[in-house]
Design a protein around this ligand. Sequence first.
Ligand code: ZN
Length: 329
Amino acid sequence: MEKFITKAARLNGPYDIELIDRELICGEDDVIVKNHLIGICGSDKNFYRGFMPPKTAEFRQDPKFPFLLGHESGGTVVAVGSKISQYKVGDEVIAFGWNNNYAEYFSSKEFQLQPVPEGIDLDIASLGEPIACAMYSGMNSGVQLGDYVVVMGAGFAGQIIAQCAKHKGAYKVIVVDVLDGKLELAKNLGCDVTINSTKEDVASIVNELTNGRGADVVVEAAGTEESFNTATEIIKHNGKFVFYSWVTKPITLNISRWHDDGLEFINTCLVHHTWQERYVWTPEVFKPIAQGLINVRSLITNEFKLEDIKAGFDLADKDDSAIKIVFRP
Ligand SMILES: [Zn+2]
């Protein structure tokens, strides 16, 4: 059995992250991957701040400290166990599992990988997991030709979902965020209207734009109580409320309109809830990217060396204008 020594990140407690040496042994059903690029997920940022999520099926370890974190990456297969049939050394893969991916190498099971689709380079493929989630939401948001669409949150996902809405034929795509820098990027990537919710009243602007009707579709991709309540307020009668965010803390919602205005709910969270669904969807969601319709490269705002993991996480914690922070091993 082949062995690999790798630097890998361990979160000892809130704001306490370090690279440790780990030994990876390629067992009969393991695939060892040499990482190309690793992204910080919003959830990783929460863990770094000390907010651990409820235990879910996705976790292969208890969500408690010390925590071996990292899941957004991709790279090249360097070893396969004797029972592996779908991958061979040299294959390029996207990671879809929580396998301590802030590392030079990670060990994975076959079902937690996905081949890199044709026409996608490894920088983009390494962000395959967050891209797949956002693209799945954008492609399944129910947007129709002529719709007024509001995207709450101009982070990595919101930026992709807004671009999808435009390509799906929305009449106007309106992006809401609290940071001007993110809104400016949304504008550069093709949205029609931006609203800074700390400076302007979202409901009255949407009301004015839609002649008092409200938005046909609102995608919630900010994940705050305020954002959920604003979304509820600005959807038209019988309009579509599209879920995207993972909210792990209880929040208070004013849901009277959910009943009174017959809102429709579309859950676009987590395309890879099961690996069977993920196998089906991943090649589909990458087609528009390979075609050049959706700009993902502009969303990589900061790059660090893996050894500077602490600096990368500190930036993620302090600078909300960073959209996707990546590490290169
Ligand atoms: Zn993620």
